[in-house]
Write a protein that binds this ligand. Structure first.
Ligand code: NAP
Length: 326
């Protein structure tokens, strides 16, 4: 995937320049406010990584609107604390925590299986959990960490829940898959034949690659659902630069600078959640208007590789192969 020292440095430079651009846009745009959303009584949603950060705000808002929300997360203490806080705020909230480690195929399978055993519908799946700039490492099943958690774990989860999503969608109320991606996908590169190697590891390239992979998957899934006439849509959402724990693996001097800048220029988790919630709940993205890439509170065009049907298909097929799926 990555070879020379230069190919390690370039992705970092590209990502930081992109970050600067995003911050400038955020500086000159108005704070994102979520419009009034329809009630979600009777709807069931799963939000991965909903114990904190953007995911927590997505869960809180959905629960406030009456949805039954299941947080899928690794840290039980954090997840249960999130549930408690939401219930304290909204007495009637139907929110619960279930263990899900996206770095483990076994855990993803267990989570999906135990959800399906409950015979609940699934109207919204928000693939939100993520890691960024983590030190070189592999998941339980041997995948590079960003690739395994941000992309492949969510690919598997979605695949395993797809029947339930299809069965739960109706015309006028299609089921939705929202993949929380990032503008970092724009500087991501994917080499299908070298997806999972860690030679001369670049955490920056690995993060960007995983976010591009999420977008390619999201777009391909949407088209598959449309072609098959299934009442499911899939889109990607970019929350912007948001002040969360995602940045904790930054190089220490950068981390210190980021802490100061974040207070002034980053979005709050609630503002970051707004775009994700619009993609998940907005009546405007029903029917033919589903899919696509959401950023800054509306649907946007994005970079050309995202629309490459051959790349989408190849990634889809390789992912099935990796996971031993048909
Ligand atoms: N913050 C930003 O500026 C920004 C910008 C663009 C996109 N995003 C995207 O937004 C999403 C949410 O990030 P955030 O900013 O809210 O960061 P965050 O506060 O660090 O939240 C990430 C969540 O993912 C969970 N997670 C990590 N690894 C996991 C695993 N193996 N299995 C299950 N859950 C796991 C974390 O829980 P544990 O670590 O406890 O497991 C945490 O709940 C990510 O996909 C991120 O890429 C964020």
């Amino acid at each position: 995937m990555f070879s020379s020292p230069l190919s390690r440095l370039l992705p970092a430079i590209r990502l930081y320049l992109l970050g600067l651009r995003v911050l400038l846009v955020q500086l000159f745009s108005r704070p994102l406010k979520l419009p009034v959303m329809p009630r979600q009584d009777g709807m069931v949603a799963i939000v991965t990584g909903g114990g904190r950060g953007i995911g927590y705000e997505v869960v809180r808002h959905m629960a406030r609107l009456g949805a039954h929300v299941i947080i899928g997360g690794r840290d039980e203490q954090e997840g249960l604390a999130a549930v408690r806080r939401i219930r304290e705020q909204y007495k009637e909230a139907k929110v619960e925590f279930k263990t899900l480690d996206l770095a483990s195929v076994r855990s993803v399978r267990q989570f999906a299986q135990s959800f399906k055993q409950r015979d609940l519908p699934l109207n919204i799946l928000v693939n939100n959990a993520g890691v960024m700039l983590v030190p070189e490492g592999r998941t339980e099943d041997g995948y590079e960490h960003h690739f395994g958690v941000n992309y492949l774990g969510h690919f598997l989860l979605t695949w395993l829940l797809l029947d339930t999503l299809k069965d739960s969608g109706k015309s006028g109320h299609i089921s939705r898959v929202v993949n929380v991606s990032s503008s970092a996908h724009g500087v991501g590169e994917i080499n299908i034949n070298d997806l999972n190697s860690c030679q001369s590891y670049s955490a920056h390239a690995a993060y960007c690659q995983s976010k591009l992979a999420q977008l390619l998957f999201s777009s391909h899934l949407h088209q598959e659902m449309q072609r098959g006439g299934f009442p499911v849509s899939s889109c990607a959402a970019d929350p912007g630069m948001v002040d969360t724990a995602l940045y904790r693996h930054l190089w220490t001097p950068l981390r210190l600078a980021q802490c100061v800048i974040a207070r002034l220029l980053f979005r709050t988790p609630a503002e970051g959640a707004a775009t994700v919630l619009l993609a998940a709940l907005s009546p405007a993205s029903e029917g033919n208007c589903g899919g696509g890439y959401w950023a800054d509170g509306h649907r946007e065009m994005t970079t050309p590789p995202t629309f490459d049907p051959q790349l989408q298909l190849s990634l889809w097929e390789v992912s099935l192969q990796f996971l031993g799926l048909q």
